[in-house]
Design a protein around this ligand. Structure first.
Ligand SMILES: [Zn+2]
Length: 220
């Protein structure tokens, strides 16, 4: 694996280890971990610390009601059959995303966003965050925009740059409402990203900002 320059910050990785992240953010961390030995090692250490802390806790007696609710929950989990993962799925697709893809990114129902960009929504998190894949054509631009919530991006194929630098396959990028940026895909190939947005992006260009009312639709 190539060494990456952009990783989830420590608090985010610790929350992932503790299982307390929203599903949408956990998907981004999982996708990054498949490309990053350094974060995978950090996660192993965090998991060990978490296990040791749990072992030091003094157990308290659970009530009958709590025990019954736990047993009911375990029964219902056994009934939840995981969605079948196709045997033909492209091995370059991160394991955590294969439940959304039949065989390759080409089979997805990509929707037109702009001349340079296509998108496909994978799911919605219970916190309202949208989980989607974005495809930017070689040399294409996502136009200058800000955000009305945090935006998490993991590059799955290709690369793009913005005012802060160049991002490659596996890089994990967080932008918040204070950041304005203009992602542009490199010219050698198309760029595919996993993107989680907790609020709509807002274009700032004189023409592209006319799209902003449409982008706000669908968010809580
Ligand atoms: Zn990393």
């Amino acid at each position: 694996m190539d060494k990456l320059n952009n990783h989830p910050y420590g608090e985010l990785l610790a929350s992932y280890s503790a299982g307390s992240l929203p599903l949408s953010q956990a998907l981004c961390i999982s996708a990054h971990l498949e490309h990053c030995d350094s974060c995978a090692r950090k996660l192993q250490r965090l998991n060990r610390v978490g296990t040791e802390l749990m072992q030091q806790l003094t157990p308290s007696k659970a009530s009958d009601d709590l025990k019954n609710r736990l047993l009911d929950r375990l029964d219902s989990l056994e009934d939840e059959t995981p969605k079948h993962e196709s045997a033909r799925v492209d091995p370059s697709i991160p394991r955590c995303l294969r439940q959304f893809v039949d065989s390759s990114y080409d089979d997805l129902r990509w929707k037109w966003v702009s001349a340079d960009i296509r998108s496909v929504e994978l799911c919605r998190d219970s916190n309202g965050a949208r989980v989607e894949l974005l495809k930017i054509k070689p040399g294409g631009s996502a136009k200058t925009h800000t955000h009305l919530g945090d935006e998490y991006t993991v590059i799955l194929e290709g690369s793009f740059s913005d005012e802060a630098g160049l991002y490659r396959k596996g890089d994990f990028i967080v932008r918040d409402r204070h950041d304005q940026h203009t992602p542009v895909a490199t010219r050698d190939r198309e760029c595919i990203c996993l993107a989680v947005t907790e609020g709509p992006i807002q274009f700032t260009g004189p023409i592209s900002r006319l799209l902003n009312p449409f982008l706000r639709r669908g968010y809580a």
